[in-house]
Design a protein around this ligand. Structure first.
Ligand code: DON
Length: 581
C-alpha cells in the first residue's frame, strides 16, 4: 500500500500542477458554472440528423456529411478527424478513445475500442521513482507516459465496418486536411487554454511554435492556427489508410520524436497497434436498454452497476434534487467506483467479474447495504488525490435519419496531452499511461485508486472511465450521451440518464441540471453550484462530506423523440454546438 505521506505529497504536487496548468484555462467554465434558470435552456431541434460536439467547425463538418447522405458513422469519422485539427486540447490523432455504435442498418450494437496501448518495453514498475514510490513526473509529464495512439486505426475501422460505403476515408479526411493546411480562426475558449499550456509545450520548442505567434507568445483569439505538418500527416493517412500513420515516414518521425524526448515507444509498437471491436456492455433500466463501453473502460460496468442499484429505489417518486434521491445516488456511486478500483483492468490481461458486477442480484445486495439515513463511511480510505480539473477529453453524439447512432469519446488525457508534437508530424501526443495504477493503492491524476488489475504492462490498455452510451427503447435509440471529465465521466452520464428516464426531463434540462460526484476514494461528495442549501445541509446531516466545486464535465447529448431530434450541447462549456439538418 502507498503510505499516507506519499499520497499527501502527491496531493500537493497535483494541486501545484492544477494551479500551473489548468485553472487559468477556461476558468470561467470550471469555477462559475451555475445551472441556467429553468425555462431558459432549450434543446436544438433537427429532423433528419444531428451532430453535437464540443467545437462548432467539427460539428458542422459531421452534419454536412449527413446532409450528403452519409450515415452516423461517416459523420462521426469526419467530425473525429476535424476535431483533431480544430480542438487540439482533446480532439486527436495522437490519442485514443471509444466509439459505441447502434447500427440500425445492420441490427447490431458494437463498441470500437481504440484505446492507446503501452509500448512493448513497458514494465509494471515503469512509473516508480528510485525510491520505489509512484513518480508522477514520469507518468504525467514525460514521454514515458505516451501510449501508442489508437484514433487513426479506430476511426478507419469504424468506417470500414459500419460506414455507409458512400465515403472513402480520404473523403472524410478532406475537411480536416484543408483546415490544418489553410488554418482556422481561434475562438475565445481555445485562446484561453493556450497561455496555460505554454510552459508545458515550451519543453519542446517545435511543439510550442505551432501554438505561438512569431514573437513567441501564445496565439490569441482571432489569430489563425495553421498546422502544415498535421495536414501532411492527415494527407498520408488519406493516401495510404492507417498505414500512412502507423508505418513509413510518419511512424518513423513519431518514434524518433518520442525517443528523443526520453520515451520508449518504437516504430514496431506503432506497426503492431490494433483497435478491437467489442460487444458493448448491455443492461436495462426501467424498461430501457443501456449500451455502453466495456473494459478496458470501466464506464459501462460502473454505469450499469449504479443504475441497477438505483432501479430498486423509487427514484421517480423521490423528488429530483432531494436529499433522499441524492443520498442513494451517492451511495450507489461509492459502491460501484469501489468495484472499479478493485476489479477492473484490460480484459486481455486480467479477468474481472464483469457479469456479476452488472447483475441485478449483485445490485440487490449492494442496495441492501445502503442505510437511507446515514452515509456509509469508507474508513479505509486515506486521502486520495482529488479529481483534477481540465477540459481534456471530448465527447460527441451523432444520430442520422436511418436510425443509426454513434456515441464517441476520445482523449489525449491532459489538455494537449503531454505537450509533445513529434517533429515534422503535427501530431500532439497523449499522456494516457497515467491512467494505469503506478503501484497497488496509488491513484491517477483523477484521484482514481487502482490495484493489481490496472498495473502497467507491455501491450496493455490503461483502464479508462470514458462512457460513450446509447439508451434504446424497443431496439431504437432514444438518448445518445457521454462526457469528458476523467473520473466524473461515469457519474455525469448516470445523472443525465436518470434525469431523462426517471424525471422525464427534456434532454437540455437534463444536461444543464447541477451534478454531483462520489468516486469511493476520497470519501467526499463533490457538487456543482445550484443545489439548494438545505439539501446540501441534509446530506451533511446524513454524514456526507460535501465539497464544491466539481470539476468540469460536458455531456453533449442527443434525444430521439417522436417529434424529431433534440440536441443538447452542454452549457458548462463554451464552443459546443448541435449541428442538425
Ligand atoms: O480515459 C480516461 O478515463 C481519462 N484518460 C479521461 C481523461 C479526461 O476525461 C480528462 N477530461 N477532463
Amino acid at each position: 500500500m502507498v503510505s499516507f505521506t506519499a499520497e499527501r505529497r502527491r496531493f500537493l504536487a497535483a494541486i501545484a500542477l492544477v494551479a500551473a496548468l489548468c485553472l487559468p484555462a477556461g476558468a470561467q467554465e470550471r469555477r462559475e458554472y451555475l445551472p441556467p434558470p429553468t425555462g431558459t435552456v432549450h434543446a436544438v431541434a433537427a429532423e433528419h440528423g444531428m451532430v453535437v460536439a464540443q467545437e462548432k467547425i467539427g460539428a458542422r463538418i459531421g452534419a454536412d456529411i449527413l446532409r450528403q447522405g452519409g450515415n452516423a458513422v461517416d459523420a462521426a469519422v469526419a467530425t473525429g478527424f476535424a476535431l483533431a485539427v480544430t480542438y487540439p486540447r482533446a480532439g486527436n490523432i495522437g490519442g485514443g478513445g471509444f466509439m459505441v455504435i447502434h447500427s440500425a442498418e445492420r441490427h447490431e450494437d458494437v463498441a470500437i475500442d481504440y484505446r492507446e496501448t503501452a509500448p512493448a518495453a513497458a514494465t509494471r514498475d515503469m512509473f516508480l521513482g528510485a525510491d520505489g514510490k509512484p513518480d508522477i513526473a514520469k507518468s504525467r509529464d514525460s514521454a514515458l507516459s505516451i501510449g501508442v495512439p489508437g484514433t487513426v486505426a479506430g476511426l478507419a475501422l469504424a468506417l470500414e465496418k459500419y460506414g455507409s460505403g458512400k465515403f472513402t476515408l480520404a473523403d472524410l479526411l478532406k475537411p480536416a486536411i484543408e483546415l490544418a493546411r489553410d488554418g482556422f480562426i481561434i475562438a475565445d475558449d481555445m485562446a484561453d487554454t493556450l497561455p496555460a499550456i505554454a510552459r508545458r509545450l515550451a519543453r519542446w520548442p517545435a511543439s510550442a511554435k505551432i501554438f505561438s505567434r512569431a514573437d513567441g507568445t501564445s496565439l490569441r483569439e482571432d489569430d489563425r492556427l495553421v498546422q502544415a505538418d498535421l495536414a501532411a500527416t492527415l494527407s498520408a493517412i488519406a493516401a495510404q489508410g492507417p498505414r500512412g500513420f502507423y508505418e513509413g515516414p510518419v511512424a518513423e518521425r513519431l518514434a524518433a520524436g518520442i525517443r528523443d524526448a526520453g520515451g520508449i515507444m518504437t516504430a514496431d509498437d506503432l506497426k503492431s497497434y490494433q483497435p478491437v471491436i467489442r460487444a458493448p456492455v448491455r443492461g436495462s433500466y426501467r424498461g430501457f436498454d443501456i449500451i455502453s463501453m466495456p473494459p478496458p473502460s470501466s464506464g459501462g460496468v460502473v454505469l450499469l452497476e449504479t443504475l441497477n442499484i438505483l432501479e430498486g429505489f423509487p427514484m421517480p417518486e423521490m423528488k429530483r434534487g432531494s436529499a433522499a434521491s441524492l443520498h442513494v445516488m451517492i451511495e450507489a456511486m461509492k459502491r460501484a467506483y469501489a468495484d472499479r478500483a478493485r476489479y477492473l483492468g484490460d480484459p486481455d490481461f486480467i479477468s474481472a467479474p464483469v457479469a456479476t458486477l452488472m447483475s441485478k442480484e449483485y445490485a440487490a445486495k449492494q442496495r441492501a447495504s445502503i442505510d437511507l439515513d446515514r452515509a456509509t463511511p469508507w474508513m479505509d480510505a486515506p486521502s486520495a488525490t482529488p479529481p483534477r480539473e481540465g477540459s481534456n477529453t471530448t465527447h460527441f453524439s451523432v444520430v442520422d435519419s436511418r436510425g443509426n447512432a454513434v456515441s464517441n469519446t476520445y482523449t489525449l488525457n491532459f489538455p494537449y496531452g503531454v505537450g509533445l508534437v513529434a517533429d515534422g508530424t503535427g501530431v500532439l501526443l497523449n499522456n494516457e499511461l497515467d491512467d494505469f495504477t503506478a503501484a497497488p493503492g496509488a491513484s491517477n491524476a483523477f484521484g482514481l485508486v487502482g490495484f493489481e488489475a490496472n498495473l502497467p504492462g507491455p501491450g496493455k490498455r490503461p483502464l479508462s472511465s470514458m462512457s460513450p452510451t446509447i439508451v434504446l427503447k424497443d431496439g431504437k435509440p432514444v438518448l445518445v450521451t457521454g462526457s469528458p471529465g476523467g473520473s466524473r465521466i461515469i457519474s455525469t452520464v448516470l445523472q443525465v440518464i436518470v434525469n431523462v428516464l426517471d424525471y422525464g426531463m427534456d434532454v437540455a434540462q437534463a444536461v444543464a441540471a447541477p451534478r454531483l460526484h462520489h468516486q469511493w476514494r476520497p470519501d467526499v461528495v463533490r457538487v456543482e453550484r445550484g443545489f439548494a442549501d438545505d439539501t446540501l445541509a441534509a446530506l451533511r446531516e446524513r454524514g456526507h462530506e460535501v465539497i464544491e466545486p466539481l470539476g468540469q464535465t460536458s455531456a453533449n447529448s442527443i434525444a430521439v423523440t417522436p417529434n424529431g431530434l433534440l440536441g443538447a450541447p452542454d452549457p458548462r462549456t463554451r464552443g459546443a454546438e448541435a449541428a442538425g439538418q
